[in-house]
Design a protein around this ligand. Sequence first.
Ligand code: SIN
Length: 513
Amino acid sequence: MARVLVIGGGIAGLWAAVKATDAGHSVELVTKAELAEGNTRYAQGGIAAALFPDDSAERHFADTIEAGAGLADPAAVRVLVDEGPDRVRDLIRFGVAFDRGESGLERGLEAAHSRARILHAGGDATGAAIEHALVATVRRRAVAIDEQAMLVDLLVEAGRVVGALVLAASGAVVERRADAVVLATGGSGCLFRHTTNPAVATGDGVAAAWRAGARVADLEFTQFHPTALAAPGTPLISEAVRGEGAVLRDAGGRRFMLDVDHRGELAPRDVVARGVWRRSLEQGGAPVLLDATSLGGAELARRFPGLDAVVRAAGFDWAREPVPVTPAAHYAMGGVATDLDGRASLPGLFAVGEVARTGVHGANRLASNSLLEAAVFADRAVRAITASAAHNSGSESRRAVRDASAHGMSGEASGVVHATPVDRGELQQLMWRHVGLERDEEGLAAASARLDAWTPPEPHDRRSAEDRNLLDLARLTVAAARARQTSCGAHFRTDDPSIAVSQLPTALDREAA
Ligand code: SIN
């Protein structure tokens, strides 16, 4: 039996906690907000898996590889598509009630999938349904749950991760020791001015892993979702809406995506996001329009009840009129580099879910593969922890007897003076402007110089701990984007010498957008 510290309360963390408890480990789950808060809860489209007779793991494999723009790791994708169906069956056993029609499970179509294979729940509330079922499952297990507790740093001794420093709800920074630490802290959308992510998505796990010396990879690949509602908070409008027939129109009412790609609105997400971005630039910064009127009011309310409420609350009647949309940062393809069992490069450390870079997504994630990736690789990580605990049982139980103790790192105690605090709003604007959907060396160099002028704050409270993570991650992201001088997937360089001038936007007025 090992002592397992899971950090994160989305699908990846909950999955790891449940399966690790079932495998006989002693599990503590630390989560930054309440248990269900995080990107999982807001996932709308659903979870992709080859479960239907007209589909196959081979087709899912091919679609994932193609969307990944040549950089997805075939071995990781193979694991994902082969083990995915069993993990979806596990979810059903955990109590997720995927939507059903007369002929069984309903399935949706999303961009770059050659088959309709997306299972959904509550219409557009798949993530919430998964969180609900997994939270109930974890609460039935003997998992020690520590809510409102944020990862500050990993503890490393003799090259091995032996726990974490956690900013507890009380404001004290405390040690949590473990034989295995499973990072499941999610994404980093808050690096950017516009994001579909909730406020907790500040890249805490990637930044902490990097500071501890773990390898991180592919940070230049941020996925921008093409259709966030152009309204305060940029709420996501699921790709599933386009899968059901909605189209994108420019300010003149013209359907423009077919000029960009023969797959139109269902081209891979990076292609559609760039198409939306450019058309918006070309029309002076005015948002493009998502036209879902062909679906009709009754179907929009039935199939997308949550979205229907969000869109109407923002003042739009999408059954009658097209609604303004804009790209927004949505998902981090890069993260803590892992092997096929979620192992990071430092012994004792695992990373699962969005915080990880398993290689499954390459340069552009296929829609609705993220929930699947989290379940598949969290499951494998627990199996690897179990195998290793059986192998090392003597030494691990000796380490496990050290209990958590107060750690002298609170801001009050350290008396740290914050001479050059990071301006989070400026950082987010900088990242949006220079490290957004289109990049070039001039902009990246400007971003790098500004980021270098800030000193990372001492992590004395949640805000400063998050700001330190955002600054670390912004610097790493800019460095990665500068290093990759050619365009690939979601990383698009307008100064890539292989791009024809005719492919560049006609109006590069980034300020306007
Ligand atoms: C969406 O519903 O459009 C998002 C799904 C995803 O990010 O995979």
